[in-house]
Design a protein around this ligand. Structure first.
Ligand SMILES: NC(=O)c1ccc[n+]([C@@H]2O[C@H](COP(=O)([O-])OP(=O)(O)OC[C@H]3O[C@@H](n4cnc5c(N)ncnc54)[C@H](OP(=O)(O)O)[C@@H]3O)[C@@H](O)[C@H]2O)c1
Length: 216
């Protein structure tokens, strides 16, 4: 077994978060999740703690961060994010709470259609973003505001923002690896496994990279 760690997970009932939680529990870690509707957390496990709550505005954020090694955020609500930058508002609360409680490592999952700070998307991704994926524009803008905030104002936190490409909830297609230049369209399970590896990887700190399947 790898050393047991404690993860605080936001978005654990979502398409990536469900796999992430299951994988972390399989690896015998402790997982504390915050869910709007705890009934949607279908796993039960002695190492799983479920707390009811919605972001932003959690009353007991400092308590939730107690004894946590890694914070992992796989949040998304495309409808709400069309109206306001919900995730940015939450991350602006989370980071000061992490400072207060001495938790330093934070993974925030964005998407391959969200721009890294100071960078443009390649043409083919710009076209996808403005056509088939245009209903998610609020989500991309929210993810971009999170990356700007972390880059500009949270250099003391060991954050990383994987910009995932995801196409289906099928079985594993291989191992995803970090890439500054290329992107694979992965499965939710593979992206969750990638997140679990990446959050423990010091070389991923302060990166906003995409990921590609390992060759061979
Ligand atoms: N889906 C994709 O194809 C894709 C591709 C690349 C990147 N991404 C990015 O990856 C992230 C996660 O995507 P996903 O598809 O795995 O997520 P998802 O299936 O849409 O699930 C989102 C999760 O966030 C939770 N949530 C939403 N708003 C919340 C709030 N205000 N308070 C507390 N919990 C809240 C949801 O809880 P409920 O169960 O209560 O709804 C759910 O657990 C998003 O930022 C998205 O931009 C997604």
């Amino acid at each position: 077994m790898t050393e047991q760690k404690t993860f605080l997970v936001f978005g654990a009932t979502g398409q990536t978060g469900r796999h992430f939680t299951a994988l972390a529990l399989e690896q015998e870690h402790r997982v504390r999740v915050v869910a709007r509707n705890p009934a949607r957390v279908t796993t039960s496990h002695p190492n799983l703690e479920v707390h009811q709550g919605a972001v932003p505005g959690l009353a007991n954020l400092d308590g939730l961060l107690e004894d946590v090694d890694f914070v992992v955020c796989m949040l998304g609500d495309a409808r709400a994010q069309k109206r306001e930058k919900v995730n940015t508002a939450f991350v602006r609360e989370l980071v000061p709470a992490m400072r207060r409680t001495g938790v330093s490592r934070f993974l925030y999952q964005a998407g391959g259609l969200s721009k890294a700070p100071g960078r443009e998307l390649p043409l083919f991704l710009r076209v996808i973003r403005s056509t088939v994926a245009r209903s998610h524009i609020g989500q991309h803008q929210d993810n971009e505001a999170v990356m700007e905030y972390l880059t500009q104002e949270a250099g003391d936190i060991e954050w990383m923002v994987p910009r995932a490409g995801i196409g289906s909830d099928g079985p594993s297609r291989g191992i995803l690896e970090r890439s500054a230049t290329a992107i694979s369209i992965g499965t939710f399970r593979d992206v969750a496994a990638y997140n679990l590896r990446t959050v423990t990887d010091p070389s991923a700190v302060h990166t906003t990279d995409q990921s590609v399947y390992r060759k061979g």
